[in-house]
Design a protein around this ligand. Structure first.
Ligand code: ATP
Ligand code: MG
Length: 778
């Protein structure tokens, strides 16, 4: 441990080794807050604190995983496994599995994602005969979400004339009724939405003192990262749990509070000292992430905020290049500049794609960037768009699995009762819902007892409904003994889902099919990681929970070499060598919707501060003089944030100078890719994106320096060794994404079912289906 503690500076060491008590670390970006949390956990364990008694809450599950990995390096992986670490949502979902029965929820409750919730609200609005242009589902959703995060239950809502009046003024007087019906339906469906995971935890801890005492006793040491962005509901949970032992360490930066629009309350950080006895306040001042120019530029911007805690941030890192500002004529030009600049940096400094990030204010801005990157054949990945698990074909398969675990799940049932088509129409479904409401039963129970139910449907339909219920029941039986992978594969076949996708035949259809295969692959992977689980049905339930709470960030395996594209909100806590902040225009960033009050504007400025401080070596700020927005070409002015940076840290790069500095950057060197190629790629983009890595365009090959060419080539060969059936032989050494290196001991089976027995360095002997195993011969 001593060896590790020497990797901290003095200011970092102090909160790391203060074993007991309440403490808050307030410090600027890149000063090692997350590092302190990580080392502190390792330190506590080295001091004899039981790993079962530690709870750490992070911003993403991926951050938790990385932290765990780092802790495992220090204290050994066995102990690190027992730590409770993750996002608020994933940790409290786990607790609700054990304790939800106190609130009337089954332990197998399903988790509704945003899409499920919005669909349910949509159908409630329809059933209530309300105008869907006034009651827009997205708005209704965010309204209900904000009630929940402020702990306004249905009961509390109807006791609050102010809220009711506000909704009436917004021409939505029936909000309360929708809210009540929505909560009721979720409850009946044995489902919780994201906000429920916090709301119900609060309810649990308030109404059941014994449960609270149990978890207070369990979590004797609590740590929270990014504390500035906790909302009221999260704040209360932490406070309740920490109340008994008061061993709580939170770290945060008020200058990086960027979730006020979702209810995050900066006062949580400001008031922390009042919440506990003897709070120790620590400050860190040295930034280890960025160059002097970046740190100073960021400091000079945040100076413009009136509401802030005084903080010093400095760095002993090199001065580095100045922050580059670049102006383009259009958003298309802006995209081309960014792609060219990335390309040039790659060539000149031999940097991997993963050193670059493009950050924007709104998701819609990614398109222009994508087009330009594709033309340059630069692999990229968009984070935070539709996550893999939210794609239609994936949600369809998952809906079947959810039904197996929890047949009360209304959204899952509605999704697949007639998919693939089995002749059950919307009218029938509507009648089923009416019957279910009338009998106070779930739709599935109505289906199972369809002969005893008073419902107007003909004999043919009745049989179809019975068949569907039997089908799901047969899956449930299978789930008692089979593992999640075998069950999922069986379901895709017997329901006709695969056939349906196969029939499609379009490039989009092929991608969907591949996605389903990828899902099965993921389940396989999961099952293999869960071999110790005795109860098969547990493995499915756990997989579904992981999936429901996976953010797009979490599916990143971290070993892929691509440029990252994401909104600034998502970039919190991350760092990249080179960062491009694009669309720095008035009305876009700062957002036109956030300029009505000083506090809104200040939140935008904090967002800009977060963006700028992600960069280690170089930051680029770009803007366009005109841009397509809502289908119209709109003129724009440069963002005020650019001007707010002290000019000594900025270099203005006009397009003309840019050409003078680097003649290589002019577009016509490469020419445009043939249009058909681009169109094809768009259609099947997710898969081909990776492949496009393999072959560089002709001109690239010509102009590439020898040394770099070699690197690119080896990378391409490694990509190509992805195995197909039959190529593998006993005695081969292979690499698996998850288990690492291994030796092939045995191969059997045929066709798509060839299995290999492999002895891995980590994890011992495993039997893998070659079709899914993604092995590489080494
Ligand atoms: P943010 O506010 O963006 O979340 P942070 O305060 O959590 O930043 P970290 O991510 O913990 O900062 O640290 C920033 C970078 O500096 C990381 O790469 C980290 O490994 C490195 N770092 C932190 N402290 C030290 C140190 N004492 N010596 C060397 N590197 C350090
Ligand atoms: Mg951090």
């Amino acid at each position: 441990m001593e060896k590790y503690l020497s990797q901290l500076n003095e200011a970092q060491l102090a909160p790391t080794i203060q074993k007991d008590g309440a403490m808050i670390v307030i410090a600027g970006a890149g000063s090692g807050k997350t590092r302190v949390l990580t080392f502190r956990i390792a330190y506590l364990m080295s001091q004899g604190v039981d790993s079962f008694n530690i709870l750490a809450l992070t911003f993403t599950n991926k951050a938790a995983k990385e932290m765990k990995g780092r802790i495992a390096e220090i204290v050994g992986s066995g102990e690190a496994k027992n730590l409770w670490m993750g996002t608020f949502h994933s940790v409290f979902a786990k607790i609700l599995r054990f304790e939800g029965h106190h609130l009337g929820f089954p332990s197998n409750f399903t988790i509704y994602d945003t899409q499920d919730s919005q669909r349910l609200m949509g159908s409630i609005i329809k059933e209530m005969g309300l105008d869907k242009d006034v009651y827009k589902t997205k708005q209704v959703y965010s309204r209900i979400s904000s009630y929940k995060n402020s702990l306004v239950t249905v009961k509390a809502y109807f006791k609050n004339p102010e809220l009711m009046e506000a909704d009436a003024m917004a021409r939505r007087p029936k909000m309360g009724e929708i809210y009540a019906e929505y909560v009721d339906r979720c409850f009946k469906a044995g489902s919780m939405d994201f906000d429920d995971l916090l709301l119900r935890t609060n309810e649990l801890l308030t109404r059941f003192p014994a449960v609270l005492a149990k978890y207070q006793d369990k979590f004797r040491y609590i740590l929270v990262d990014e504390y500035q962005d906790t909302n009221h509901s999260q704040y209360l949970i932490v406070r309740a749990l920490a109340d008994r032992f008061q061993n709580i360490c939170v770290v945060g930066d008020d200058a990086q509070s960027i979730y006020a629009f979702r209810g995050a309350n900066i006062n949580n950080i400001l008031n922390f000292q009042k919440d506990y006895d003897d709070v120790k306040l620590y400050r860190l001042e040295q930034n280890y992430r960025s160059t002097k120019n970046i740190v100073n530029a960021a400091n000079s911007v945040i100076e413009h905020n009136q509401t802030k805690l005084e903080k010093v941030v400095w760095t002993s890192n090199e001065e580095g290049p100045k922050v580059v500002v670049h102006r383009s004529l259009t958003d298309g030009d802006e995209g081309r500049f960014v792609a060219s600049s990335i390309f040039e940096n790659k060539m000149q400094h031999q940097m991997p794609n993963s050193d670059f990030a493009i950050l924007y204010r709104t998701n819609a801005q990614s398109r222009a960037m994508e087009d330009a990157l594709r033309k340059r054949e630069i692999p990229y990945r968009i984070y935070g768009g539709l996550s893999f698990y939210q794609r239609k074909e994936i949600k369809d398969v998952l809906a079947y699995l959810r039904l197996v675990i929890n047949p009360a799940d209304e959204e899952a049932l509605k999704r697949v009762i007639n998919y693939p088509a089995r002749g059950i129409g919307q009218t029938t479904i509507d009648r089923l819902m009416v019957a279910a409401n009338g009998y106070k039963k779930t739709i599935f129970e109505v289906l199972k007892n369809i002969d005893k139910v008073d419902i107007k449907i003909n004999g043919g339909t009745r049989n179809k409904l019975k068949d569907f219920a039997t089908l799901i029941e047969s899956f449930q039986v299978m789930n008692q003994t089979a593992n999640a992978f075998d069950l999922a594969e069986y379901i895709t076949k017997t329901t006709g889902l695969l056939k349906e996708l196969n029939k499609d035949g379009t490039p989009e259809g092929v991608v969907k099919l591949e996605n389903v295969e990828e899902l099965l692959n993921g389940i396989k992977d999961f099952v293999e990681g869960q071999l110790e689980l005795a109860d098969a049905s547990d493995s499915l339930a756990e997989f579904l929970e992981d999936v429901a709470l996976a953010t797009d960030m979490d599916s990143d395996k971290g070993d892929e070499n691509h440029v990252a594209l994401m909104t600034i909100h998502l970039a919190k806590g991350l760092e990249f060598s080179h960062v491009y902040i694009v669309g720095l225009e008035e009305d876009l960033f700062p957002s036109g919707m956030s300029m009505n009050t000083r506090s809104e504007l200040e939140e935008e400025r904090r967002l800009f501060y977060v963006a700028l401080t992600r960069a280690e070596k170089q930051a680029y700020l770009t803007y366009a003089l005109s841009r397509y927005r809502w289908g119209k070409l709109i003129d724009s002015d440069p963002s005020r944030f650019i001007e707010e940076i002290d000019e000594q840290y900025v270099e203005n790069l006009t397009p003309i100078e840019e050409r003078r500095i680097n003649p290589m950057l002019s577009e016509d060197i490469f020419g445009d890719a043939p249009p058909n190629k681009i169109r094809f790629k768009k259609a099947v983009q997710p898969k081909l994106q990776k492949k496009s890595n393999k072959k560089e365009p002709e001109n690239f090959k010509l102009s590439v320096p020898k040394k770099l060419k070699k690197v690119e080539k080896t990378a391409a060969t490694a990509e190509n060794t992805n195995l197909f059936d039959g190529e593998l032989a006993v005695g081969n050494f292979v690499k698996h994404l998850r288990f690492g290196k291994g030796e092939v001991l045995k191969i059997d089976g045929k066709g798509g079912d060839i299995k290999a027995e492999i002895r891995f360095e980590v994890g011992g002997v495993k039997k893998l289906l070659l079709r899914f195993a993604k092995l590489k011969i080494i």
